[in-house]
Design a protein around this ligand. Structure first.
Ligand SMILES: [Fe+2]
Length: 267
């Protein structure tokens, strides 16, 4: 999961002007998420972000491909190499002062963390609490989003013992699979770029196709009138819903697998 290589091979990434320095990054990205647990994350811009960074807050620049277009070819190459749908990739940048880092958490996407400057220690281990997560999570979090449907509701107070620990420097790439617990500690001032892949779960693509199929059916385009009305209204709504649900097995037979795959490919 960790590849240590020569920095020279990343020269094209280093040539991106937004990656020249923390100051350059802040110029390119209008809003930055700032981390400094146990305080809550906050949004900062420009000089305020730089001030917080000097005070020990980690800069988390999310989805920077929107502002730094030179990143897009790298994301597209990775999508192609991995055979993932077009548009699956996004790019985050993390800048941390020495002695700070990310608290234990896991992500819903696969991350390729490329260390450009400074050294950083990584701690990783498997996740027994959430398999194939659709949302990120952190230690002590309450699973209050859609993760409540696939976890026990509360994440552990501490990250399980790391099965992998490694201090890496410029030129190294750390691959963090979706859902794997990890935390980091910057040994020196650290600047890292993460190329992340989120090809979306099957359920998202299938639901889109189901919706398309249902849109073609007149009765499914009706609205649930009367669901809060009189007893008679409510019974009428219930009967209507039951009739609709009886239609679902037939709908599932009509789903177009090529249409689903086409959407997943990003055609
Ligand atoms: Fe992460």
């Amino acid at each position: 999961m960790i590849y240590e290589g020569r920095m020279e091979r990343l020269s094209c990434l280093l040539a991106i002007s937004a990656f020249e320095s923390v100051e350059a990054l802040v110029r390119y990205v209008p809003e930055l998420i700032m981390w400094n647990r146990p305080q809550l994350p906050r949004i900062a811009r420009g000089k305020e972000a730089l001030k917080l960074y000097e005070e020990g807050w980690t800069i988390y620049a999310k989805g920077i491909e929107q502002f730094v277009s030179e990143v897009k070819p790298f994301l597209q190459s990775l999508e192609n190499d991995l055979g993932l749908g077009a548009g699956s990739g996004f790019c985050n940048v993390f800048a941390s002062k020495a002695g700070t880092g990310a608290n234990p958490h896991f992500d819903y996407a696969w991350g390729f963390n490329i260390q450009l400057r400074g050294t950083k220690s990584w701690y990783l281990t498997e996740n027994q609490f959430a398999t194939h997560p659709t949302e990120s999570g952190g230690v002590g979090d309450l699973a209050e989003g859609e993760d409540r449907f696939y976890t026990t509701g509360v994440y552990p107070k501490e990250m399980p013992s790391p099965t992998m620990e490694k201090t890496i420097g410029p030129g190294s790439v750390v691959f963090v699979p979706r859902g794997v617990w990890h935390r980091t500690a910057a040994c020196e001032d650290s600047f890292a770029v993460s190329l992340d892949m989120d090809p979306k779960p099957w359920l998202d693509w299938v639901l889109k196709e189901i919706r398309n199929c249902l849109l073609a059916r007149e009765q499914w385009r009706e609205c649930p009138l009367g669901v809060r009305g009189s007893q008679e209204d409510r019974e009428r709504a219930l009967n209507k819903l039951q009739a609709l649900l009886k239609d679902l097995p037939q709908v599932s037979k009509e789903l177009n697998v090529e249409s689903i795959l086409s959407m997943a490919r990003g055609d």
